[in-house]
Design a protein around this ligand. Sequence first.
Ligand SMILES: [Zn+2]
Length: 289
Amino acid sequence: MNDLEKMLSGPRESLNTERGYRLEEVDFNTAYQERNMKYFDSVKEEIRKEIKTGNRSERYARIPGNYRASEGIFGSRRTEFMKIAILGNRLKEFAELDQKIHKKSLHIVLPKEIQERADKISQEIYREHLKNYDIEDMNVSNSVGWLKGPVMDCTKAYFDTVNRKGPDGAVAMVNDRDLMEDGKFRSRYVSAIHEITHVEQYSPDFDPKDERFHEIIPCLQDIIITDEIYKKAKDMDIEEELDYGTSIKISDQEIQLGEMANFYRELESEKGTLGDALVSEESLAFLGL
Ligand SMILES: [Zn+2]
């Protein structure tokens, strides 16, 4: 379990609304995980069958959200992730960023009033994101396992060969509704990008000890994309700084969410990847480390 919902441990979905779902204070680890596990088990069963019959489907994502090590996306951000892990292992305060950036107050920030407009915008952003992978069969519906009802957005890695150190694939699962809370929401398409990013960070030589750094890139990416969605929905300039009334505290610095989004959006475009941006000197100075 390594997702936004991990931070929400305790609550679970109990009320489906027309345009979203809401989390309430009830036992989290039962109903939520049951549905995820059911889907995950069905994927593993399919893989078992393929291995047994030797009848491996060559078609991409025959099983929605399933990424095998041979499919290119799995492990594609390994190098970036390794840099984060190396720095995290050396610098305690940087390692703490993983938990600090994984708080729901930083992710459920879009006002309900813009949901309809934001829905189209975020789906378009998601389509563009998927185009980058340049896989013919890949589309919005098969890129993740879209699950209904009480489920966690999560990515689970698996082994399909014995005696291997690291995983051979991973399954990305996302609730098919936006996450709602207190008149605010988080787009399910942002969640989908988040989960696929976990897939990209895993690799066959993934060290489970580094799982504790797995949220840094996906969560920061969510913040940047969510900020873009908000601005597009409001016809604002991308360089303007939004006040979300929420901040993240690192070392002695208190960084406003809107400021963080702008800073790393720009640094990412300068450095080429978000991982490289994060471990740069400019980033460490910004974080007060
Ligand atoms: Zn996550």
